[in-house]
Write a protein that binds this ligand. Structure first.
Ligand SMILES: [Zn+2]
Length: 340
């Protein structure tokens, strides 16, 4: 099969890879209907995370089940399924508490490489959620968004304790930040402040439910949020970048007693203990347990109540994955969908 492989920073190639096979009785193999490039794929692509030899890439996927192992009970060949970036059994104590991305048996999908024609999904019964039937083509991008960026933005909003009547600020205007806006809207936020300085992204944020746009960053961004919230800061702030600057911007934009939901993969973030102590801010975040939210998100998409697939502003054949990475790296595209 064909699949995207990162050989060195900025050297991504679509090449021949071994066809995945059932290796454990709990596996499924799916034929991908769509996959995409993640903002987090840009960390190794840019060389900020080390690239350890040729590495298959990709962890967002939707597709048709081709084959299942002998112990798979609920997932069946022919079903259209969505999974997330960690495979999980969905039965252990941590999964049952809603933290499937910390499942005691979790396996990282990224290592298996979902930017490909086929994918082996471990723990198929716990990981995959099937749609009611095979979806029409126009629903595929939104279902793919549920695999990571929508689920991650949603978790950011839940971790930030978004609720009706609250003022929410979102730091980061990538696909996750934009879908955190959508999530905040769905969860009933009264006011949603999107922090973005890019016009097409501001437009999409407003389409998803943002009521205010703040273009300033860092200390100026914090001052602007304070100004918009009577000097107090937002009740709920979603951090969707993962840098020191964005994390501090999120914490300082939150009012005492408020919540930060952080879902940007942290790189070089160090929190000052004393400032944190006196901030009175709740911090919660991490790799989103997307599996917790998948059934509900699939329902919303299936009933056409939300259209998160709008974050894909570039669609390419899988063979042009390198251009997808380049376009996202140069911020020419919000998110690139790849058609195997
Ligand atoms: Zn588990």
């Amino acid at each position: 099969m064909r699949g995207a492989v990162l050989h060195a920073p900025r050297d991504i190639r679509v090449e021949q890879r071994d066809d995945p096979k059932i290796t454990a009785p709990t596996d499924a193999v799916i034929r991908l209907a769509a996959t995409c490039v993640c903002g987090s794929d840009l960390w190794p692509y840019r060389g900020i995370e080390p690239v350890d030899g040729p590495a298959p890439m990709g962890h967002e996927y939707v597709g048709i089940v081709e084959e299942v192992g002998s112990e798979v009970k609920t997932i069946k060949p022919g079903q259209f399924v969505i999974g997330s970036f960690f495979a999980s059994d969905n039965t252990c104590e941590i999964c049952r508490a809603g933290y499937q991305s910390s499942c005691v048996h979790r396996e990282l999908i990224g290592a298996l490489g979902a930017q490909a024609e086929h994918l082996r999904v471990p723990l198929a019964d716990g990981t995959l959620v099937a749609t009611p039937e095979v979806p029409s083509d126009d629903l595929v991008p939104s279902l793919l968004a549920a695999s990571d960026v929508l689920g991650t933005g949603w978790f950011g909003a839940v971790a930030a304790d978004v609720a009706p009547g609250k003022t929410v600020a979102v730091v980061g205007d990538g696909a996750v930040g934009l879908l955190a806006v959508l999530a905040a809207k769905q969860l009933g936020a009264e006011r949603i402040i999107a922090m973005s300085r890019h016009e097409p992204r501001q437009k999409l944020a407003i389409e998803f439910g943002a009521t205010d746009i703040v273009t300033e960053r860092g200390d100026e961004g914090v001052a602007k949020i304070k100004e918009l919230t009577g000097g107090l800061g937002a009740h709920s702030v979603i951090e969707a970048v993962g840098t020191q600057e964005s994390m501090m911007q999120a914490i300082r934009s939150t009012r005492p007693g408020g919540h930060v939901g952080y879902v940007g993969v942290a790189h070089g973030v160090e929190l000052p203990g004393q400032e944190l102590f006196f901030s009175h801010v709740h911090l919660h975040g991490g790799p989103a347990p997307v599996r917790r939210f998948l059934p509900g998100l699939i329902d919303l998409i299936w009933n056409r109540e939300i259209d998160p697939g709008k974050v894909f502003d570039l669609t390419l054949p899988l063979d042009q994955a390198a251009e997808g990475y380049r376009a996202m790296d140069e911020r020419r595209a919000i998110k690139a969908l790849l058609r195997p």
